[in-house]
Write a protein that binds this ligand. Structure first.
Ligand code: PHB
Length: 249
């Protein structure tokens, strides 16, 4: 792979271009992309042009660029995330019929909770989660479950901080967080009131495949909602997903 003068490979430069897109910043001009990557303008423009030609980026009428549908198609093809989402969806829908708020599925990705799916009732309460968006592992209920059952090295890395406060109630003290993770492992679920937003409570349980926790299934509820029936619904759904994963191997 040809390297640039700064020593980064073509693949690294392409990833830098793609990485300028976030869930908040979905449309950019090629010049904005060039500035954000720090690549020479001509290089960035050339890479953007080539990615558009290949369908990995798309240009709109106003000459702004967004991630292409082809990228989504390639990423999903045969991915473990797709298999997980497909196994989970019917059971998430069942949770939704009982809970009628938000039901979501997340996996661990680079020390954060990455959300694969979110189902929401039209009258549901607040929820900042986005599909293909991320939340901190120490703050979201899904993240806490994923962190509790994660590789110890990852857990120590997160516990070493910084533990950013997403809300006033986010656990940002490493000693308290360590104790919370032990409780989650013992109980097999978490109830996290106000950890992301003061007005909501997150409830999450682990989903296992071949004995390993591969995802977190969660519900986001209004702060005052009862959590007991939701914990039971999520645990039942997680067991059903695990069974489907086992038989779909
Ligand atoms: C949670 O998982 O704890 C959570 C996520 C999004 C929210 C609130 C809570 O908006």
């Amino acid at each position: 792979m040809a390297n640039s003068r700064s020593g980064d490979s073509m693949t690294e430069r392409i990833v830098r271009v793609l990485d300028t897109f976030t869930s908040e910043r979905t449309m950019q001009t090629a010049s904005e992309i060039a500035r954000r990557t720090g690549l020479p303008s001509s290089t960035a423009h050339r890479i953007v042009g080539e990615l558009i030609e290949q369908g990995l980026l798309e240009r709109d009428e106003e000459n702004r660029v967004r991630l292409g549908l082809r990228l989504w198609e390639l990423a999903l093809r045969g991915s473990s995330a797709l298999r997980l989402r497909q196994a989970a969806l019917p059971h998430m829908e069942h949770v939704q019929t009982l809970v009628r708020e938000h039901t979501q599925l997340a996996v661990l990705e680079h020390d954060e909770a990455l959300f694969l799916e979110r189902l929401s009732h039209p009258d549901a309460g607040a929820n900042i989660t986005r599909v293909a968006g991320r939340l901190p592992v120490h703050a979201s209920s899904s993240g806490l479950v994923l962190l509790a059952f994660a590789d110890p090295a990852l857990r120590e890395r997160v516990l070493a901080g910084p533990l950013r406060a997403v809300s006033r109630e986010t656990v940002t003290d490493a000693v308290a967080l360590r104790a919370l993770l032990i409780t989650i492992r013992r109980r097999g679920f978490v109830v996290a009131p106000g950890s992301i937003e003061q007005v909501s409570t997150g409830v999450a349980v682990p989903v296992r495949d071949r004995g390993e926790v591969v995802a977190a299934l969660s519900a986001v509820l209004p702060r005052e909602a009862p959590t007991e029936p939701v914990i039971a619904a999520l645990l039942d759904a997680a067991a059903a997903i695990e069974e489907d994963l086992r038989t779909s191997r």
